[in-house]
Design a protein around this ligand. Structure first.
Ligand code: ZN
Ligand code: ZN
Length: 405
């Protein structure tokens, strides 16, 4: 075969940066001999994952990289988070992401309830005692996080959130459009808030927390509402059976909603302490049975949000060492990229293009020999958009869609 057969798509979440310490980026400062070798053997470029100057969210970025058009299919973050924590969501469900929070006299004092680590018992109480005017599913996620899914007729995602996003008054949900479904959904959301506060107020877990001088988790704030979209499965679009290996509910959810098989990894946390070595082992296994594997490694984004240059640099060094244990040959196209830039100087996503490399059979190589934002800008792929990536890869697999005779 003269073309590659499989694709390993590695997203180093938020790895790209702007000039920072000594005018270098964490990718430039990190020790990444394996990625540099792939760069030498492959082709590089830079990519506007959504569009030039548009800071992407992780959700819209991943959709775009996988070949979907976010402006057509993205309804909000809630549906992906809900799918990611294991709720079997259905198209049309209304999904929110939630935070356990500490509320006193109607005021949010801590949006994360003192960073509570385990909300299982509190969530059980909500599942048992809550009665809403529609079918619902509530599930805890990592730390203080949770998801709420409303199911049934006459529901609408066109309602405001209850999370004020900072301390201060807890918000009432209001309909954003003047129709019966939106009004009904806002009422259900406000009913959820009231009942959850009363279920949690005197819960033994919170009594214990208060005695131990910890903030009680006595409310759940909702945001990120969206109607679960109907996505054409990735395999149907590409003919490639796919697996996703990731730690964050969001990316797992995107994989699940696009019909990928989710392969869990022990010790994968989504933080800089994540067990990336185990993830790489899982990738090696997954590639035996799948033609497409999406690997998301989250830590660099977290370090970017923390404004911590050294943590980001050291994490990328560790990622490189872990990736060097990939057992892949030229018949697997490897893509290394980021879903967005998370500059340590901004602590937020920015609209700068991200570097990427493609290595594998049939790839026209270029003169580049290192993987970072600057070298990639001089690579043979020049500058592309996120939505161009899958067509480029499909063409390299010999599955491009011919236009014309
Ligand atoms: Zn991201
Ligand atoms: Zn981020």
């Amino acid at each position: 075969m003269c073309v590659a057969k499989k694709i390993l798509f590695v997203v180093l979440d938020g790895a790209a940066d702007r000039p920072a310490v000594d005018k270098t980026t964490p990718l430039q400062a990190a020790d990444i001999p394996f990625l540099d070798r792939l760069a030498q053997e492959g082709i590089l470029g830079i990519m506007d994952v959504i569009a030039p100057g548009t800071p992407p969210g992780s959700d819209t970025a991943h959709l775009s990289l996988l070949g979907y058009t976010p402006s057509e299919v993205y309804t909000g973050r809630g549906p992906f988070e809900a799918a990611g924590v294991g709720i079997d969501v259905r198209p049309g469900d209304i999904a929110f992401r939630g935070n356990f929070a500490t509320v006193k006299d109607g005021l949010v004092v801590d949006r994360r309830a003192g960073r509570i680590s385990d909300t299982h018992e509190l969530s059980e109480a909500i599942r048992k005692q809550l009665r809403l005017d529609c079918e619902f599913l509530f599930k805890e996620s990592a730390g203080h996080r949770a998801v709420l899914v409303l199911r049934g007729e006459d529901l609408s995602p066109s309602v405001t959130q209850t999370d004020p996003q900072h301390t201060g008054a807890m918000l009432h949900s209001k309909p954003k459009t003047n129709d019966a479904s939106s009004r009904r959904t806002a009422n259900i959301v406000n009913d959820f808030t009231r009942q959850v506060c009363s279920i949690l107020a005197d819960h033994p877990v919170n009594r214990e927390r208060t005695l131990a001088n910890q903030l009680p988790a006595n409310a759940v704030l909702l945001r990120g509402v969206g109607s679960v979209p109907q996505l054409v499965p990735f395999e149907q679009r590409t003919g490639l059976n796919a697996a996703v290996i990731a730690a964050t509910a969001l990316v797992i959810g995107i994989g699940k909603l696009t019909g990928m098989r989710y392969i869990p990894t022990k010790g994968a946390t989504g933080h800089v302490d994540s067990n990336i070595e185990e993830k790489v082992k899982n990738v090696n296994k997954a590639l035996r049975e799948h033609a497409f594997v999406l690997l998301n490694i989250k830590g660099a984004d977290e370090a970017g949000h923390d404004g911590n240059f050294n943590a980001k640099m050291h994490f990328l060094t560790r990622v490189d060492a872990a990736l060097s244990n990939l057992t892949i040959d030229e018949s697997t196209l490897v893509v290394i990229t980021a879903d967005h830039t998370t500059p340590v100087s901004l602590r937020e996503h920015s609209g700068d293009p991200v570097p990427f490399l493609i290595r594998g059979k049939g790839v026209r190589t270029d003169q580049t020999n290192a993987f970072n934002e600057y070298i990639a800008a001089g690579g043979g792929m020049n500058r592309i958009r996120g939505r161009d990536m899958m067509p480029v890869l499909m063409d390299l697999l010999g599955k491009g869609t011919k236009f014309g005779a």
